[in-house]
Design a binder for this molecule. Structure first.
Ligand SMILES: Cc1ncc(COP(=O)(O)O)c(C=O)c1O
Length: 388
């Protein structure tokens, strides 16, 4: 009987043209991904700096596994915290300038902890309308007041901030350095100023900013001139530009000490593999020193933008590695994605509920791995599919 309910939900999703399917890729090597014996140009991965298949990272992972073992063997406060974890948190704190850092096995878990442990029942939680599912889900569990402000709209945010904060009630403002589906960014400088004026705390998810933006890839906050102390809590993950997996929260020592004691996703979950920590550590070294990766990515972004504008493609205004080609209708988005696949391009259609109804799109991710000719070819095929 319960299975019947699940089957109904699956059938409804199928009928609406919204059922998604994973693919078993045999190889994803930066520029090309392989599926069912065919190679495709990869315009869908978040491997912005082409690090996920880097030989040095592979070596660091193998060496980490032989030195520390594969698994962490426990949660961090039992047996899961090894010297590899301690070295990585120290490296992150030094790179970014935060007082203390705590590791998580995913950005989803880190966001759950960030909001779940830091928002007290008396607090007002304010989230951008286009926040990632991990933030929305965490906010929905908040027992106190929770509101969403119009996307990147500072005036809307300021109208929601109470003029006089209560004695034991704080406002927590949550945003992202680069939004995962639209690819745009808030004015973090103005937002930090507004938060400081209103005695509100600013919490930043920088999943798509770390590694890509700012000097040595320190992230969107650094690129916009913020200091670590302008942020109450900073979340970023290792599975995007850093090419590995896992995540961290960073902030003042007291804040991280508190999360270590009260963050349930931290306390009651097996710690990240120490071997993965070694790979992340090597990745940070490369992110900091190999500026050419960011330069190549920025060149690819500029080329895509210039050619897409010239071709009249319906792109959202975004300056980063995520460029959304807006199609609106889900079936149309899937059909175009399929057509591109037949021409050797892997570009996934993004549909509701990941994005709001009526805003299905092709989410182009640019990377340091792509060649200019790949981008020219993508534009030509998109133009053919959409405009002819
Ligand atoms: C903005 C944002 N936050 C959080 C996450 C979750 O991170 P992870 O994939 O490490 O769980 C993602 C990834 O999809 C994301 O795009």
């Amino acid at each position: 009987m319960q299975l019947a309910r699940l089957q109904q939900a699956l059938a409804a999703r199928q009928q609406a043209g919204l059922r998604r399917q994973s693919q078993a890729f045999t190889q994803v090597q930066g520029r090309l991904l392989h599926c069912n014996g065919k190679a495709y140009l990869n315009f869908s991965a978040n491997d912005y700096l082409d690090l996920a298949s880097d030989k040095l990272l592979q070596g660091a992972l193998a060496e980490g596994a032989s030195r520390y073992g594969v698994g962490s063997t426990g949660s961090p406060l039992v047996t899961g915290h090894h010297s590899a974890h301690a070295d990585l948190t120290a490296q992150l704190a030094e790179w970014l300038g935060f007082e203390r850092v705590l590791l998580f096995s995913s950005g989803f878990a880190a966001n759950q902890t960030m909001l779940g442990s830091l928002a007290a029942e008396s607090d007002l939680l304010l989230l951008d309308k286009l926040s990632h599912a991990s933030l929305i889900d965490a906010a929905l569990q908040h027992k106190g007041r929770f509101k969403r402000f119009a996307h990147n709209d500072l005036a809307a945010l300021s109208r929601l901030l109470p003029a006089i904060p209560g004695a034991d009630s704080h406002s927590l403002v949550v945003t992202e350095g680069v939004f995962s589906m639209d690819g745009d960014s808030p004015d973090l400088t103005a937002m930090a100023r507004l938060c400081a004026e209103q005695d509100a705390a600013l919490l930043l998810d920088d999943a798509h900013g770390l590694g890509v933006l700012g000097e040595e890839g320190r992230g969107s906050w650094f690129a916009q001139g913020l200091k670590p102390t302008d942020l109450y809590c900073y979340m970023a993950n290792f599975g995007k530009a850093l090419g590995v997996g896992g995540a961290f929260l960073a902030g003042r020592k007291t804040l991280i000490d508190y999360i270590e004691q009260f963050g349930r996703h931290y306390i009651y979950s097996t710690a990240l593999s120490p071997a993965l920590c070694c790979a992340v550590s090597k990745s940070i070294e490369l992110v900091r020193t190999e500026q050419w990766r960011r330069d190549k990515l920025y060149d690819n972004i500029a080329l895509f933008q210039q050619r897409a504008a010239a071709a009249g493609l319906p792109c959202l205004a975004a300056t980063g590695a995520i460029q959304a080609v807006m199609l609106g209708n889900s079936e149309h988005a899937v059909a175009v994605s399929q057509q591109l696949r037949e021409q050797g391009i892997w570009l996934t259609a993004i549909r509701p509920p990941t994005v709001p109804p009526g805003t299905a799109r092709l989410r182009v991710t640019l990377s340091a791995s792509q060649q200019p000719a790949d981008i020219e070819y993508l534009i030509k095929m998109l133009q053919q599919a959409l405009l002819c």
